[in-house]
Design a protein around this ligand. Structure first.
Ligand code: SF4
Length: 58
């Protein structure tokens, strides 16, 4: 069952055509406090391991 999280981080393991399919996500501020959406990030992001570009691998 799909959640309703739209995400354009298409190289994430959990991303399926712009929809996040993770069971849940954790979003954190960059630093102590977020001042806009630009200063938040998804902690749940995992690079897609079937990507042929090794630059995405940890
Ligand atoms: S885990 Fe985070 S980065 Fe990955 S698809 Fe879901 S919302 Fe996007």
């Amino acid at each position: 069952m799909h959640n309703n999280i739209q995400c354009q981080v298409l190289n994430c393991h959990f991303n399926s055509e712009g929809i996040c399919e993770a069971d849940g996500i954790e979003v954190k501020p960059q630093g102590n406090v977020a001042t806009s959406s630009l200063t938040t990030f998804c902690e749940t992001f995992v690079p897609r391991d079937d990507d042929s570009d090794d630059a995405y691998l940890i």
